[in-house]
Design a binder for this molecule. Structure first.
Ligand code: GLP
Length: 244
């Protein structure tokens, strides 16, 4: 779906999420959301906060799993995704703290594999992800599944692509400060969500959006594996759709 701008698109996606939450509530089941970080979903989160504060939408029924976290990363660090999620969303809504899950950037390297397995088990234990929100990196990553990530990949430690580290440089006050690794849900993990919504804004994403939507499925552009999923929506502004 191509919207005139990211503002209209974000508001529409927020409305869809609330509708899903209400549907799950009516069924007496929790709504399990997979969440992304980055600049792309910030307006969406702001709108969810507004719907909570001004329209009384409750998130007590919502369970969330974030896609990824830099590694190593302390949760109270300025650039942590824990901090990001609290700042943009969790601190302003009534979600139960025990329902929030974000990959732990403090586990030792030897424990990451175990951590990944437990994270996936937690997702399965609540019935799987109902809706996964995604952005896309210029390398074609979803989460932090950089080029080389296959369709069966699971939650694990990954080495960040140089382009991704360059794109993150301003957040870290210089590329040399950007972590070299991250923990990310795998492509396989993401594809298990019942529905997926990928958001992309701006001309900087136009080339990778074209490769994702029109290119052959390949490990070199992990987002192409979304083509395999039966319920995926790609939500773009006009600039991101310019090369389609
Ligand atoms: C980040 C995140 C991704 C995100 C992507 C795009 O590094 N790990 O989940 O989708 O890169 O970021 P942005 O939305 O700022 O363009």
């Amino acid at each position: 779906t191509i919207y005139p701008d990211s503002e209209l698109a974000s508001v529409a996606v927020a409305r869809d999420i609330v509708q899903l939450m209400q549907q799950r509530q009516a069924e007496g089941r929790p709504c399990v959301l997979g969440l992304a970080t980055g600049s792309t979903p910030t307006r969406l989160y702001e709108e969810l906060v507004r719907l909570h504060q001004e329209e009384g939408v409750s998130f007590q029924n919502v369970i969330t799993f974030n896609l990824d976290e830099y590694y190593p990363m302390a949760p109270d660090s300025l650039q942590s995704y824990v901090r990001f999620m609290h700042e943009y969303l969790f601190d302003h809504i009534d979600i139960r703290p025990e329902n929030v899950h974000i990959p732990d950037g403090t586990v030792s390297a030897g424990e990451v594999a175990d951590f990944g397995r437990r994270y996936e088990q937690q997702i399965v234990a609540v019935g799987g992800i109902d809706l996964q929100i995604l952005g896309i990196g210029r390398t074609g990553h979803i989460g932090f599944n950089e080029p080389g990530s296959g369709p069966a990949s699971r939650t694990r430690l990954i080495t960040l692509d140089q382009i991704t580290r360059t794109d993150a440089a301003s957040d870290f006050f210089g590329e040399e400060n950007v972590p070299r690794r991250a923990i990310t849900m795998g492509v396989g993990t993401i594809l298990e969500a019942r529905a997926i919504v990928l958001l992309a804004w701006g001309e900087g994403k136009a080339a990778v959006v074209k490769r994702m939507v029109e290119g052959a499925m390949t490990d070199s552009v992990p987002a192409t594996y979304l083509q395999k999923h039966p319920h995926v929506r790609v939500i773009l502004d006009e600039a991101a759709a310019a090369e389609l």
